[in-house]
Ligand binder design. Sequence first.
Ligand code: AMP
Ligand code: GLY
Length: 431
Amino acid sequence: MAEKILVVGGGGREHAIIKALKKSPDCGEIWCAPGNGGISYDAKCKNIKSTDVDTMVGFAVEEKFDYVVVAQDDPLALGMVDALAAVGIPAFGPDKAAARIEASKVFSKDLMKKYGIPTAKYETFDDPEKVMDYIKAEGKYPVVIKADGLALGKGVLICKSTREAEEVVKHTMCDHAFGKSGDRVVIEEFLEGPEVSVLAFTDGKTVRPMATSQDHKRALEGDKGPNTGGMGVYSPVPIVTDEEHATMVKVMEQTIAELAAEGIDYRGCLYGGFMLTPAGPKVLEFNARFGDPETQVVLPRLKNDLVEVMLACANCELDQIELDWRDEWAVAVVLTSAGYPGSYEKGKVITGIADAEAMENVTVYHAGTAVVDGQLVTNGGRVLAVTALGDTFENARNLAYEACEKIDFEGKTLRHDIGLRALRGRDAWDA
Ligand code: AMP
Ligand code: GLY
């Protein structure tokens, strides 16, 4: 039983977690900090920045929360779970040492190298001149340059020429575009193939992988344009072979075991970002949290009681739980503000959400929304994720797009090709 739960964050992922938690008979009062406009219809919201660890922990003590779900990368990297433990409040999410798997690319790449986890070849540098010497000597393009630390999803840059690489190195290491996160960089070989996300619950010993999902990171149709936080997603991923699936699950289990061998007790959700290369699945990144928007298609398919699963992760009792999935497919389309991931306007009135949600098997998750003078308005780049469940992939996809048509706001932008490649099969990636 968790009488009173606090979810830290304020995006579509947190909205999906809250809606799933609320289905549990064990979920009492639910709060979100800072939350957003749409979340305020489902949970009490408290406007505390998710990176303000002291204020958040103080609030958790004052309100006597039984359990806190730390859903975002920054508070995890800052040690919010450790700070909550210090005041006796159990939390879902890895502690500061374990969260380095996402917060430091160097840490996670070195771990993968040490234990032979399949990943792109790489070298680490903290001297901009040495980076360029290495890139020129290798002479292989495209080359991938990654800032070591957290960079709001913008720290990975793919360069097609020496000139581009020079610009990126200057921007990242000399101009400090990502602050200290770019003081060290990882230079990686460029991999190609479909990407798949595998999220897993873990209590540090047992690993329970969730259903596969596939994000669409690029802003424009045909997987063109700059990387975004994610423009759409579906679950499960039909193009994954049984062999690939088994390899990815093994990697997730192996990673938790290796962290344990390093003295790191990882509890919470581990996110494995994989690329299905001709040589088998390789890890692109690990994240220390649920994916956004992956959560918006994975949790609606989970049949288990999420409160029970999350408590089992914190209490080291996950071996007593098997995950159970709905047979339906889930597709989510993200509606963004015009201009995203560049600059965009806020404060546009949103209409039609009630009509979309009146459709059977449709749920609208809020990301960048706010309630101003009683009206729901846009308040971010990614505004909403519209999720539909269907008995076939195509039905789920069609329903999601039908629901998107009911919603409107000035500048509403979406990709119309979410899931289209998967519908065409694996060959669509070889084209
Ligand atoms: P990351 O944050 O490391 O997952 O990188 C963000 C995105 O950049 C990934 O989802 C991929 O689309 C792309 N990416 C990262 N590493 C590589 C790589 N080695 N080769 C090709 N694309 C990559
Ligand atoms: N969907 C990518 C991420 O959550 O990092």
